[in-house]
Design a protein around this ligand. Structure first.
Ligand code: UFG
Length: 334
């Protein structure tokens, strides 16, 4: 059985579905501060918080858990700038509590939901795992602190702890069966907000800055489908299992970027949304949003080679198509 913390959230719920399709049993732990109970359609669900040691102990004692996939975290860059301490408490301190209880229960396989925000304003593009880590917001810093602890933990000779940290670029799209999808409240991400404008839920989409150092002046991001991210978690877990005895290999290969390797500007994303929805979308140029790097594009060769990972939704059209279908379902009463 695999424990998925934050499995009621956007990425965690897609991973839960993918694990079930592959025959794994899962248990989801989520405090529902941002996730949705409706999104836990597979496995068992326990509502609770990672700060609750008694709950963690009872879960680890009651179930035969082979490994933990850890998604539970706050994920908004702008919110993290406003409430940094809240981010360090939830994303870092609560993760330490999870580690403590995993250690007591002798659970030693861990997959971490990390982020491209670790790279800050990258010194070179595309970004490899060797790029300098220099997060420019508290969200990225809180995730980097967890990665640093993971590195230390896995080096300690006394325990046979192994982990893989997956650094996502811009997670997007939805389950093609439309059972689950992106449903943040409040929503802050470009694609769902643009689709809100297409569906009439909001008047327009604001383009946060058109004076970046990019060809059209708007920020460039690498959008990666959430189902491709989900598949990478399964590949990573199986890699950990297969190579556990040979843990030096895993220690060499514990961190992976996950992106498509293509960059799209904010304007290009909005154009694609107009094409897929066949609607004209109102847009306006607004001020820059604090904490946004100009360009983030992944080099994911390591995941492709070592984890045998191959993104299937390898075009922005395919990503926006699934996002749009889900968006219409989610907002069918509008
Ligand atoms: N943007 C707009 N208008 C909006 C919303 C976003 O112009 O209304 C722009 C942003 O400024 C940015 C781009 O669209 O340039 C993408 O923004 P998102 O909010 O969709 O995503 P981010 O790139 O800010 O962040 C996402 C995740 C983070 C992660 C980061 C790493 O939400 O958790 O990717 O690449 F750290």
């Amino acid at each position: 059985m695999i424990l998925i913390t934050g499995g009621a959230g956007y990425i965690g719920s897609h991973v839960n579905k993918a694990l079930h399709k592959k025959g794994y049993d899962t248990i989801v732990l989520d405090n529902l501060s941002h996730g949705h109970e409706y999104a836990v359609k597979w496995g068992e669900f326990i509502e609770g918080d990672l700060s609750d040691s008694d709950l963690l102990k009872s879960i680890f004692n009651s179930y035969d858990i082979q490994g933990v996939m850890h998604f539970a975290a706050f994920t908004s860059v702008s919110e993290s700038i406003e409430f940094p301490v809240m981010y360090f408490k939830n994303n870092y301190k609560n993760t330490l509590n999870l580690f403590k209880n995993m250690e007591i229960a002798n659970i030693n396989k861990f997959i971490f939901s990390s982020t491209a925000a670790l790279y800050g304003n990258p010194e070179s593009i595309p970004i490899t795992e060797k790029n300098k880590l220099n997060p420019i917001n508290p969200y990225g810093k809180s995730k980097l602190m967890v990665e640093k602890i993971l590195e230390q933990k896995s080096k300690e000779k006394s325990n046979d702890f192994n982990y893989i940290s997956l650094r996502y670029f811009n997670a997007s799209g939805a389950d093609p069966d439309l059972e689950i999808g992106e449903d943040h409240n409040p929503e802050t991400h470009l694609i769902p907000l643009t689709l809100d404008a297409a569906i009439g839920k909001r008047e327009k989409i604001a383009i946060f800055g058109n004076d970046y150092n990019t060809p059209d002046g708007t920020c460039i991001r690498d959008y990666i489908h959430v189902c491709d991210l989900a598949q990478a978690h399964i590949n990573a877990f199986e890699y950990l299992q297969e190579n556990f005895e040979n843990s030096d290999d895993i220690k060499e290969n514990s961190v992976f970027n996950l992106g498509n390797g293509n960059g799209f500007s904010v304007k290009e994303v909005i154009d694609t949304c107009e094409k897929i929805t066949k609607k004209e979308i109102n847009k306006e140029i607004a001020n820059r949003r604090e904490g946004d790097p100009d360009i983030l594009i992944a080099d994911s060769k390591k995941a492709i080679n070592v984890l045998n990972w191959k993104p299937k939704f390898n075009s922005l059209d395919k990503i926006v198509e699934t996002a749009w279908k889900w968006h219409k379902k989610l907002n069918r009463n509008i």
